[in-house]
Write a protein that binds this ligand. Sequence first.
Ligand code: NDP
Ligand code: MG
Length: 410
Amino acid sequence: MTNRQRIAVLGATGSIGDSTLAILAAHSDNFDVYALSGHQRLDKLLQLCQQFNPARVCVPVDKVDDFAAKLAQAGLDSEVIGGPAGLDDIASDSQVDAVVAAIVGAAGLSSTLKAARAGKRILLANKEALVMAGQVMISLVKTHGATLLPIDSEHNAIFQCLPPSIQQDNTQIHKSSYGVRKLWLTASGGPFLQHSFAHMQQAGVAEAVKHPNWSMGQKISVDSATMMNKGLELIEACHLFDLPEDKINVVIHPQSIIHSMVEYNDGSYLAQLGSPDMKTPIAHALSYPERIDSGSQPLDLFALSALEFIAPDLQKFACLRLARQAMQAGTQATIVLNAANEIAVEAFLAERIRLTDIADINEQALSQVKVASLTADASIDDILAIDDAARRYTQTLIGQMAGQIAGQMV
Ligand code: NDP
Ligand code: MG
């Protein structure tokens, strides 16, 4: 690669952060770890600072002094800044070439938008940013000449299967002369694919977050168990590739070897295959359009048994149905769905509700939270107002439900 790129990893202490930093460490000639952020796992962040010596580091506002003291004790002079304003500052720092957006949930929205406004190269893991503000985000990317490279494995796979000119300009790709007919998002089906709905109803946190193929953070692991993750990814794909939801199919592929596909008019299906390891899409996005060694295990094609493809059961995995419904209704609905789901997942992780209640809660929020339609030029405040209304509604609903559910949980 030509120039040494300065990278900011927002969400450095998480699962995507781990994979990203493993690649950056292995390619220190090409990349400089300029900035890191963490939220609760600050001991881990301190270790990362010792390893990478970033120029800037962001922690929650009330932890800035304490963290700065610890860095000084360790003989490090990184600048410590705090909270959402600190994240925004790093995302738009003139020294930064690329921002890895790997904070989970709505907390990652503001800094991702800032990176777009600052014209950065954005390596996007935080799918919730597109679910909440896809149109705003894509329009900022275009206006400010930013580059958006998907890290989410399915979207990265699709990106790789599209011609270079579409990679550069995603406008209405199905109407272009390249003959894109459909996209196929593959899904593993999560830990409950082979189990009944009744089994899912009684599943505890440990079983729900134990994904068969991928090792990920807690929130996305629960989303995979309900298939809300695929629903969020469907919405993410609509924005990234400028397609209506009916041009995107979801297929369960339990082996997680094919990471997604593009179907063309002439009957060709282009797929990207690889081991289920996030280091591959992250390395692709870091070095795009060149290629570097990601450190992931090569596929042992001779050891692979059959590759299966199964239609998703939309009754058992109602969240997937809700995502399509929300995408058809408009951005205000996808914001409500995302917010309700974040609150419901937190409540499940806190053992206040059952796994299968998440879909019911999301459905109620979609039908009961009354918000006006958003226009394409909606402001971030308009978006956050809807997000807030949906969170408050969902908290109240869960408060009412939790008492009744407690008696039914084993
Ligand atoms: P993790 O839970 O492992 O990590 C989340 C990161 O966000 C951590 O660094 C965490 O800090 C930070 N964080 C959490 N809350 C806040 C907050 N309020 N303010 C600032 N920082 C915060 O999640 P993952 O790495 O698994 O996922 C990150 C994103 O990437 C998600 O949007 C997910 O959907 C997406 N993604 C993940 C994949 C995966 O394989 N893991 C695959 C595809 C997409 P701390 O840990 O210090 O509290
Ligand atoms: Mg994914």
